[in-house]
Design a protein around this ligand. Structure first.
Ligand code: SAM
Length: 262
């Protein structure tokens, strides 16, 4: 990660910042990393009113870079987008919410989000849900989520740093979000698929729903997906299944299911 100096966040200087980021772009080898740098560049041009926020977030990303050794889904920037704060992510929060119809699915619900990453999806859903508890193993993602929640003055989302394996709670939820988390590229998910989906069902009230999003087809082949759906069917009735067509390249082609606890 190439940090921008504090000076560039105290006073908006898009030409100077662009030179630095374009230099980093030339050096970047992987496509996701190039996209992240372009996202950063685009956001700097638009974040004039949000310089303090973007500076604080950059500091957290730097801390993450220096202290978190696991795979970083945002490629030194953000995995999810947050339009109100001019943050472009590798994945489009808005497109995901629209294509899954999430606003109506979480309406008035107590929601649990497993592996929430930077929590921008939860912050976008907050006005519709009654409350949201969202956790992730990555402390830096949780720090980012909380900083943005404070910026947007969102009070009904509670972010926690924990693993799903260590997560224990008495409370039951109406809706659990399992988005690209049933196994994870970073190898930090140690539960079997059976253990994972059983645990989700124990956190749901009778008749409660799990909203499931698969991995991208490159990371979850049709055979793997069909095995995942088979395990889901042990604990849930799959009421609706569709392939997502909106959003960025990382959003399209994933399978989305609305499932009800058996
Ligand atoms: C592919 S990302 C999905 C993020 C988010 N659910 C979304 O769809 O935008 C996987 C996330 O799971 C988190 N993660 C991996 N293993 C975990 C575990 N055992 N418990 C909690 N979070 C975990 C990672 O840190 C990462 O943020």
């Amino acid at each position: 990660m190439v940090p921008l100096s504090e000076e560039l966040y105290r006073k908006w200087q898009p030409i100077k910042a662009s030179r630095i980021l374009l230099g980093a772009l030339v050096q970047a080898k992987e496509q996701d990393m190039q996209e992240s740098i372009l996202n950063r560049l685009k956001d700097y041009w638009h974040c004039r009113r949000f310089l303090n926020l973007h500076y604080d977030l950059q500091k957290i990303l730097e801390e993450e870079q220096n202290s978190y050794s696991s795979y970083k889904y945002g490629q030194s920037y953000f995995y999810q987008s947050c339009k109100p704060c001019h943050i472009t992510g590798l994945r489009s929060t808005e497109a995901r919410i629209a294509s899954m119809g999430l606003q109506s699915l979480v309406k008035g619900a107590r929601v649990l989000d497993i592996g929430c990453n930077v929590g921008f999806l939860d912050l976008e859903l907050a006005p519709f849900a009654q409350s949201i508890a969202a956790f992730d193993i990555n402390l830096y993602c949780i720090k980012i989520a909380q900083r943005v929640a404070d910026q947007l003055n969102i009070k009904n989302v509670h972010f926690i740093c924990t693993t799903f394996e260590d997560f224990h709670e008495e409370q039951l939820y109406d809706v659990v979000l399992s988005f690209a988390n049933h196994h994870t590229y970073d190898q930090n998910t140690t539960q079997s698929l059976e253990e994972y989906f059983l645990k989700i069902s124990t956190y749901l009230r009778p008749g409660g729903g799990m909203l499931f999003e698969s991995h991208a087809p490159t990371y979850e082949t049709p055979e793997q997906l069909s095995r995942t759906l088979k395990v889901i069917s042990k604990f849930f009735d799959i009421k609706k299944q569709s392939v997502l067509k909106k959003g960025n390249k990382g959003d399209k082609g994933r399978t989305f299911c609305v499932c009800v606890k058996k």
